[in-house]
Design a binder for this molecule. Sequence first.
Ligand SMILES: O=C(O)CCC(=O)C(=O)O
Ligand SMILES: [Fe+2]
Length: 210
Amino acid sequence: MTSLDNLTLPVRLRANEPGILLIENFLSPEDCAELMNLSLPHLKPSMIYNSQTGSLEPSTTRTSHGTFFDWGANAVVSRIEAKITNHFGYHLEQQECIQIQRYRVNQEYKPHWDYYQPHLGSDNAESLRNKGQRIATFLFYLQPAKQGGGTVFPEMGLHFTPKAGSLIYFENIKQLPEDFELQPLSLHGGVPVLEGEKWIATKWIRQPKC
Ligand SMILES: O=C(O)CCC(=O)C(=O)O
Ligand SMILES: [Fe+2]
């Protein structure tokens, strides 16, 4: 896990346990606009795997539309991936590919944990076995909603409504000397958009391979 004490970035807001940072101007306005433009033709409703029926269904917890880009898919994605490595030390092998989400009025992502809970289904257990736990999350605000649509951490009493280009970084686990444990206080969600469109990009970070 990255030590947040040595960051050379201007931190606007910060919490400990779990580590949560708000960093403004992490992405340029041009990069935000380009990611939205490139995503637009590919957006699809967020789906969720129903382990009972074995099929994909529209998610009721995340009602946004989304898409993703492979690692290094274009210059903007490569820049973001390099910045994550340079500033936070997470190598590309630890980074999941970038996801883009667009929330329209009334769309939201209900409070959830980003870490995998194997008892919630075989998909979770398999992903955990193959790629390791999701230890941290990068949320990039490409465009905030005009009203509503912030990111909340209900257990921490935090509610962010960041500007375009901002990064919310948070840790989903608590680092112990030799091990880690899941951090339930990392519960978070995207509150419903009331006006306009909210666009974010997400990068989940897996535990390093030993
Ligand atoms: O939309 C938000 O503010 C939260 C998104 C989120 O939690 C995620 O992508 O994992
Ligand atoms: Fe999340």
